[in-house]
Design a binder for this molecule. Structure first.
Ligand code: ATP
Length: 229
């Protein structure tokens, strides 16, 4: 199976300070990959570079067999990279439906399908995004990304700070997306919640890929060494 996303030898700087020193990862079509690592190891930086929100000093990003290393972010989005950013940024003064429609691009994902995935977004349709609970805002952020009809959905810390019951609801929805064949790149720290969803894992340490393999092969030894578990 060919890779939908291929990241090779990625090096990224913030000014003079190097954050990534050689990140490699692949997401095969229809699979979910968990990108893991302790705080500050480069997960968000990797994702932002893939979404073309940060310049890439060395290395390459290929998406759908195209080199997108130097592409601006709006073009990466148009090619089908859908980001659910950390912190669930939605337009606070727009209603739930306005937020969803603002992101819409033609495809399988419509308002009706997003409502089917997250019925709460239908119940809250006319409410301003600022007045939603954290969990509802996360649902809205995922719904917005889906409305762009992405080929790859990237979730950065999708359940951070949410109550266990809401986390389960979010992961169940992500599981459903995966079952429907969507390719997914997940960043999260709660191993027990993401491992059941992930086909493959990529572990970062100090801006480098230090372990890649099937989720089932992530042993306690690897988790202990790189994730501090
Ligand atoms: P976390 O789990 O805490 O979000 P992370 O694995 O996503 O961590 P990054 O946020 O990608 O890690 O950070 C990687 C490195 O880059 C860290 O050393 C961090 O301090 C640095 N860094 C991140 N953002 C910036 C920035 N805007 N300016 C300068 N350095 C940054």
């Amino acid at each position: 199976m060919s890779a939908l996303l291929e990241v090779e030898g990625l090096e990224v700087f913030y000014g003079a300070s190097q954050a990534l020193f050689g990140v490699d990862l692949q997401v095969r079509e229809g699979t979910a990959v968990a990108l893991m690592g302790r705080n500050g190891m480069g997960k968000t930086t990797t994702i932002h570079a893939v979404c073309r929100m940060l310049p890439i000093r060395r290395g390459a990003v290929r998406f759908r067999a195209r080199d997108i290393t130097a592409l601006p972010s709006f073009r990466a989005a148009r090619l089908g990279i859908g980001l659910v950013p950390e912190g669930r940024r939605c337009f606070p003064n727009l209603t739930v439906t306005e937020n969803l429609i603002a992101a819409a691009r033609p495809g399988l994902w419509t308002l009706a399908r997003v409502h089917d995935l997250f019925p709460r977004l239908q119940e809250r349709a006319g409410q301003h995004a600022a007045t939603l609970s954290g969990g509802e805002q996360q649902m809205l952020a995922i719904g917005r990304a889906l409305m762009t009809n992405p080929r790859l959905l990237i979730l950065d810390e999708a359940t951070e700070g949410l109550a266990p019951v809401i986390r389960r609801e979010i992961w169940a929805a992500v599981g459903r997306l995966k079952a429907e064949g969507l390719s997914i790149l997940l960043v999260d720290k709660t191993l027990s919640e993401i491992l059941p969803l992930a086909d493959d894992c990529v572990v970062l340490e100090r801006g480098r890929t230090v372990w890649t393999g099937p989720a089932a092969g992530l042993t306690d030894e690897v988790a202990g060494r790189y994730l501090g578990l």
